[in-house]
Design a binder for this molecule. Structure first.
Ligand code: C2E
Ligand code: MG
Ligand code: MG
Length: 573
C-alpha cells in the first residue's frame, strides 16, 4: 500500500519545459496524494538520480535530445534502480511500447492520452508492482538457513552502494569472513549442530553491524559483509575486530560448548578497486592470507597481495596458453626396490616448458588448482601417461607401472573415472600398469564428499588401477581415515626422509610409524626423496621395501626413461 501521509517523490525526466509544466499541473489536480516533483532536463543528471533511494517513481520522456529512454533504462537495470520508470512519449507505437517494457520500464503512456486519473493510476500501480518485485527478489536471493542475503544479492547491493559512494565521495569496505575449523565441527557433531551454529553466528553478525550495512552467506561457512558510507579505513577495521570478538564468544549448542573463531579478509573502495567483482576477489585473497597467518585474524588487501595477485593472473594466463599449445611435459622418476635398486615403476611429474625453462609444478600447481585448470591439465597428463605406456608396450616393455598425481579437484569434477576409462580404452593398455596418487588431504574434504571419494576410489580400483596415498604424514595421518580408503601403497613424504638436508633419515620415528601402520593394513610403503645411502639403509632396516629419490635418479625425460626401462637392470651409482 502507498502511504497517504507521505508525498510521492517523482523525478520527471524531460527536456521540454512545457511538458514538465503539463505533468506538474496534472499531478497537482490529485486529491488522493501529494506529489513532490523534481524536474530533470539532462540525461547525465538523470543517470545520477537512478540510485536515489528517496525517489518513488521516474516519469521519463522517450526522446531526450540525441538520446532516448533506452539508454537510461539499460543503465537503470545495471544499477538495480529501486524506483519504477514510466516512459512517456509523443508518438503512439506498439513496437516502442513492447521494447521499453522489455527493457524494464514499468509502463508506457502516450502523452496525448494522459488524464489526471490515468497518470495517477499508472504511478500507483508502477510503485506497487516494483515494491512487490523487490520483495520477491529479496526472498529468492536469500540464504534459506539464515535469512541473510546470498551472493547474488550481495553483488547487486554492492554495485548500487558503490555507485552511491562514488557520487558522495565516501568509502566502503567489503569483508569476507570464514569460520575457522567449521568443517571439523560439522564432521564431528553432525550437520544439524553445524546449522545451529551458523544461525547463531548470523545473529551475532546482525547485532554487530549497522542497519545500513549488509551481510550475506555465500557458502557453507563463508559470510560477506558490506560496510557502507565509511569515512576512514580504520572504521572498517574496528568493525572487523568487533565481528571477530562476537564470533569467538563461546556458543552453547545442543549440550556442547563450542569455541569457534573467524578469519576476515578486507578490501576497500576506492583504494582496492571500484568494481564489485574486483573488490570481492581482493577481499577473498586477503582472507586467504588471514587464514595462512593463523586463527582469529583480520587482513586488509595490500600491495604485496596485489603483486601476488598479478603473478597469479600471469601464471593463469600462461597455463591457458600452455594447454592450448601443448607446452607441458611429463618427466618420469624411477621407483625401485630398496634391496637391489631394481626399477619397478615410474612417477609421472609434470613440467611446464616456458621458453628454454622447465617450470616446476610447485610454481604453478596451486594456481592450476585455484582456477580449476588442473582438471584439463590432469586429463592431458593421464592421456600422456597412457601413451607412454602404450609406446613401451610396442617396444615389448610391459613390466613397469606409471603413477600419476591426481588432484582432489579432478575427482570432484565428476567425470574423472569416465576420462580414465576412455584413456584406457583408446590406448588399450593394461590398467594394472597405471597408478593414481592422491594426497591424504583430498580424502578429508568434508563429510558427504568423503563417501563420494571413497566410492570413486573403489571404482578406480575396480578398473584394475592401483591407488597410492601421496605425501603421507603431512596431513591428518589418521589410521582411521587410512582404513576407510582403499589404497595399495602409502608414500612416506620426502620431508621425513631427506627433509633436513642431512645424511641420515630426518624423522626416523615417523617413518617407522608409517611402515607399521601400513603393514597392519596390508599396504605397501614407498619412501620418497631418498638421497643418501644411510637413509636407504635405515629405511630397509625398518621393513620399508620401496623407494624413490635422487639417490637413484632424478625425474627423466621420456627417451631417457625408456633407455632405463629397456635396460631393466639393477641400478647403482
Ligand atoms: P610429489 O607427488 O610428492 O612428487 C615428488 C616430488 O619430489 C617431485 O617434485 C620430485 O621431483 C621430488 N623429488 C624426487 N626425489 C627427490 C629427492 O630425492 N629429494 C628431493 N628433495 N625431492 C625429490 P616435483 O616434480 O617438483 O613435484 C612437486 C609436486 O607437485 C609433486 O609432489 C606433486 O604433488 C605435484 N605434481 C607434480 N606433477 C603433478 C601432476 O601432474 N599433477 C598434480 N596434480 N600434481 C603434480
Ligand atoms: Mg606424487
Ligand atoms: Mg609425494
Amino acid at each position: 500500500m502507498i502511504d497517504h501521509d507521505k508525498s510521492i517523490r517523482v523525478h520527471v525526466v524531460d527536456d521540454d519545459p512545457a511538458d514538465f509544466l503539463i505533468i506538474d499541473e496534472l499531478l497537482g489536480q490529485s486529491t488522493r496524494f501529494r506529489y513532490e516533483i523534481n524536474h530533470i532536463s539532462d540525461i547525465s543528471e538523470a543517470r545520477q538520480e537512478l540510485i536515489d533511494p528517496q525517489c518513488d517513481v521516474f516519469l521519463l520522456d522517450f526522446f531526450l535530445g540525441a538520446k532516448t529512454a533506452r539508454d537510461l533504462l539499460v543503465e537503470a537495470r545495471k544499477l538495480h534502480c529501486p524506483a519504477p520508470i514510466v516512459v512517456l512519449t509523443g508518438v503512439e507505437s506498439g513496437a516502442l511500447d513492447d521494447e521499453v517494457i522489455q527493457l524494464g520500464a514499468a509502463d508506457f503512456l502516450p502523452k496525448s492520452d494522459i488524464t489526471p486519473s490515468l497518470l495517477e493510476r499508472t504511478i500507483r500501480h508502477a510503485i506497487q508492482h516494483k515494491r512487490a518485485e523487490l520483495e520477491l527478489e529479496k526472498m529468492v536471493k536469500r540464504d534459506p538457513l539464515t535469512g541473510l542475503g546470498n551472493r547474488l544479492l550481495f553483488e547487486e547491493i554492492l554495485e548500487s552502494s558503490l555507485a552511491r559512494c562514488k557520487r558522495a565521495g565516501t568509502k566502503l569496505a567489503v569483508l569476507f569472513m570464514d569460520l575457522d575449523r567449521f568443517k571439523e565441527i560439522n564432521d564431528s557433531l553432525g550437520h544439524p549442530t553445524g546449522d545451529l551454529l551458523l544461525l547463531l553466528i548470523a545473529d551475532r553478525l546482525r547485532a554487530v553491524i549497522r542497519e545500513a550495512d549488509f551481510i550475506a552467506r555465500i557458502g557453507g561457512d563463508e559470510f560477506t559483509i558490506l560496510i557502507d558510507d565509511l569515512h576512514d579505513a580504520q572504521d572498517a577495521l574496528s568493525v572487523a575486530r568487533k565481528i571477530i570478538h562476537a564470533v569467538s564468544q563461546p556458543s552453547a549448542i545442543g549440550g556442547h560448548e563450542l569455541n569457534v573463531s573467524a578469519s576476515i579478509g578486507m578490501a576497500l573502495f576506492p583504494e582496492n578497486g571500484d568494481a564489485p567483482i574486483k573488490l570481492m576477489q581482493k577481499a577473498d585473497i586477503a582472507l586467504y592470507e588471514a587464514k595462512r597467518k593463523g586463527l582469529n585474524k583480520v587482513q586488509c588487501f595490500t600491495s604485496n597481495l596485489q603483486t601476488q595477485l598479478e603473478k597469479h593472473l600471469n601464471i593463469e594466463k600462461g597455463l591457458r596458453y600452455a594447454l592450448e599449445h601443448n607446452h607441458f611435459e611429463l618427466m618420469l622418476q624411477p621407483q625401485w626396490n630398496l634391496s637391489d635398486r631394481r626399477i619397478f615403476g615410474f612417477e609421472a611429474l609434470i613440467r611446464w616448458r616456458f621458453g628454454s625453462d622447465l617450470v616446476s609444478p610447485s610454481d604453478f600447481i596451486s594456481v592450476a588448482e585455484k582456477t580449476g585448470l588442473i582438471v584439463p591439465i590432469g586429463e592431458w597428463l593421464l592421456l600422456s601417461a597412457c601413451r607412454y605406456l602404450k609406446k613401451w608396450q610396442e617396444l615389448g616393455v610391459t613390466q613397469y607401472r606409471i603413477a600419476i598425481n591426481v588432484s582432489p579437484l579432478q575427482l570432484k569434477s565428476g567425470y574423472f573415472i569416465e576420462t580414465m576409462q576412455s584413456a584406457l580404452n583408446s590406448t588399450g593398455i593394461n590398467p594394472e600398469l597405471l597408478e593414481v596418487e592422491i594426497t591424504e588431504d583430498s580424502l578429508l574434504d568434508g563429510h558427504e564428499e568423503n563417501t563420494k571419494v571413497q566410492q570413486d576410489l573403489m571404482r578406480i580400483r575396480e578398473l584394475g588401477v592401483k591407488i597410492a596415498i601421496d605425501d603421507f604424514g603431512t596431513g591428518y595421518s589418521s589410521l582411521r581415515y587410512l582404513r576407510q580408503f582403499p589404497a595399495d601403497v602409502v608414500k612416506i613424504d620426502k620431508s621425513f626422509v631427506s627433509g633436513n638436508g642431512g645424511e641420515a633419515l630426518s624423522e626416523p620415528e615417523i617413518c617407522r610409524a608409517v611402515v607399521t601402520m601400513a603393514d597392519s593394513l596390508g599396504m605397501e610403503v614407498l619412501a620418497e626423496g631418498i638421497e643418501t645411502i644411510p637413509q636407504l639403509t635405515r629405511l630397509r632396516a625398518m621393513g620399508c621395501r620401496l623407494g624413490q629419490g635422487y639417490l637413484v635418479s632424478e625425474p627423466l625425460a621420456f627417451d631417457e626413461a625408456t633407455q632405463w626401462a629397456l635396460a631393466g637392470e639393477a641400478v647403482s651409482r
